[in-house]
Design a protein around this ligand. Sequence first.
Ligand code: ADP
Length: 359
Amino acid sequence: MCFSDLCRVRVALRIRPKNTDELAQGADFDTCVELQPECKKLKLKKNNWASESYQFDEIFGENSSQKRIYEVVAKPVVESVLEGYNGTVMAYGQTGTGKTYTVGQLGKEDPSERGIMVRALEHILSSMSLETDSVAVSYLQLYLESVQDLLAPEKTNIPIVEDPKTGEVSLPGAAIVEIKDLEHVCQLLQIGETNRHAANTKMNTESSRSHAILIIHLQRSLKIKEETTVSIPSDTEHTLPGDLPLVLKSKLLIVDLAGSERIDKSGSEGHMIEEAKFINLSLSSLGKCINALAENSSHIPTRDSKLTRMLRDSFGGTARTSLVVTIGPSARHHSETSSTVLFGQRAMKVVNTIRLKEE
Ligand code: ADP
């Protein structure tokens, strides 16, 4: 039997440990957050008298391990991608709060520091048969509404194409590199990181002013032994004669979003204003899509920005999505922390329709 279930976007909140400046403030350090991980709540202090409480799917304190973050936030999405569904894992928050650490850390010296990208590929490689299945990656950066290839930096302005019949999103011209093993994964992510840094230095910007998007493409061959009815993540059940290979294609997007803080436009010039405009455009359009999905609206405004166009077939619908919102502990950033927390709260209302496997 095949049936539908409703599955919300899972949203976790992670706080980074105090940085050197914050530690140096000693007893003068003022925080606006209080975590209650046992009841998955965050208390955000407005002032000495008032605070608001927010519930999340999970709260990760400053000592949470990268392994635990992967297991709670990303593993369920990776498991559903291995079953043939599309999925997205995103990190959202102010610059300096640990988005890249959570998602993109390579852990070259210490494997326990590895972030979600490396762990997801490690998990996928160990769950697949490389004789019959394949896994490939594209690694892109979205800066000023231009898609740039982090594995082939000469490729810029890559178009985003949506198949009118299937709704499938593709990026013609972007490098898609087949993965052999974990060492190869680390090499590719390192190339991407170096190119991201070089591109941003050339553009005189910080990496946190761009979105980095790793797309993992999976193709799995299932051999059906005898006449069987299977439920696959399209929309119909299929009865297949024996010994017919069934190819399942799915993809996972892991997104390190640009810093969510608003740049003070009055004090900024030239490219800073351009950056602010485009980051605000893409993050607010992501917010609008999240709101529309949360309200179960029939129109999801994905066409407003390239970020949401890229996410179109991997976010909402039957795709599984997890979001980590990252915050710092300092009261100085109360307003940015508050806006990050509210973004996460809206995302918790998004319901994706997941068709469960037959019993
Ligand atoms: P963002 O991507 O949000 O701009 P980063 O990931 O670059 O922030 O983190 C800023 C700094 O804080 C980096 O030096 C990073 O190593 C450190 N950091 C962030 N989160 C953690 C954490 N959970 N544990 C240890 N260090 C962290």
